[in-house]
Design a binder for this molecule. Structure first.
Ligand code: C5P
Length: 319
């Protein structure tokens, strides 16, 4: 019986990103691949790293008398997540790790754009989980600027205050619970028209995108402006009616009430503002894959996106 652990770790933002797979059998014979920030890859069998270092601390070594930590023990440390899988899956995981080594030695950037309520946020989260990438909902950065102005009772067209707020945005501290309010989204689309505010936020978003191992970013201008060289660009859309119906169902599911016609009018107004602005309007990049989720459940959209991404990764491996 083999015990297989696959775990990974993203260091704090200021430290290099570091992803690792560790596979150990019950004699603590480990096979490990480590991915470093500079794109280099460490490879170790039985805890002897090829560079001569012996820096593996978890899982013990061939000489170790220490037991391998429990999955629960690893999972209780929030820096790790672990899976225990069957012996039959051992080699499959190892092959996956080898494939990832090829993928991950190069940054992977997935750009997702689309209007509010098309399902791009959920899709972005699923893809980031699946491909073990960093995740940034860039809408939150515009919301953070709007929220700061609202908090200081400043008008939303005070450009210099908006610029100051944009400079203070810390991507590691975006609080969705505060920023997700409907009114903040409306206000965000007003401050998002200012080119200087956009420039400040885009710079932060680009720095995030180029942090290994890469990222999924979702927003309105990711494929066109923030990451024009993204490996994969998706444009996720749905009819305004479908988006309004989804929003209404969401509100009702948490016991709220709302008027469909008003929600629809809100959505149409936001679309017009986002698509009609002069700087970085919402539109699909020329090389974006279109995903219309009007008639599609999120699971189907996820599978369709995965097929596109896996195809790109397979071509990249051959190149
Ligand atoms: O996606 P979300 O609804 O959180 O975005 C709020 C607003 O922020 C959008 O309506 C849009 O005006 C603006 N935004 C943007 N560019 C992005 C992301 C969001 O202009 N990349």
């Amino acid at each position: 019986m083999k015990y297989v652990y696959v775990h990974w770790k993203h260091e704090k933002a200021e430290e290099p990103s570091h992803l690792w797979y560790e596979i150990a059998d019950d004699k603590f014979q480990n096979r490990t691949i480590e991915f470093y920030a500079d794109g280099s890859v460490g490879f170790a069998v039985r805890s002897e790293a090829t560079d001569g270092s012996d820096d593996l601390e978890i899982g013990g070594t061939t000489n170790s008398t220490e037991g391998f930590p429990d999955v629960e023990e690893i999972n209780s440390d929030k820096e790790f997540e672990a899976l225990e899988i069957t012996a039959a899956e051992f080699d499959q995981q190892w092959r996956k790790a080898l494939a990832s080594r090829r993928h991950m030695t190069r940054l992977l950037t997935i750009a997702i754009d689309g209007p509010a309520g098309a399902g791009k946020g959920t899709l972005a989260r699923r893809l980031a989980d699946h491909y073990r990438l960093n995740l940034l909902d860039t809408g939150l950065t515009y919301r953070a600027v709007a929220y700061a102005l609202i908090q200081h009772a400043l008008p939303l067209d005070n450009v210099s205050a908006a610029e100051t707020a944009a400079r203070q945005v810390d991507l590691a501290k975006l609080d969705r619970s505060v920023l997700s309010a409907h009114a903040v989204g409306e206000a965000a689309s007003k401050v998002a028209v200012f080119p200087t505010v956009r420039r400040i936020l885009v710079e932060k978003q680009r720095a995030f995108a180029t942090t290994p191992p890469g990222a999924v970013l979702d927003g309105r201008d990711i494929g066109t402006v923030v990451c024009p060289d993204a490996d994969i660009k998706l444009y996720v859309t749905a009819s305004a009616e479908v988006r309004a119906r989804r929003r209404l169902a969401e509100i009702e599911s948490i016991g709220g009430t709302a008027d469909f016609t008003e929600i629809l009018a809100d959505i149409v107004r936001r679309d017009e503002r986002d698509m009609g602005r002069a700087d970085s309007p919402l539109k699909p990049a020329a090389d974006a894959h279109l995903l219309d989720t009007s008639e599609m459940a999120i699971e189907a959209a996820f599978l369709a996106a995965m097929a596109i991404i896996d195809d790109v990764l397979a071509k990249r491996d051959k190149a």
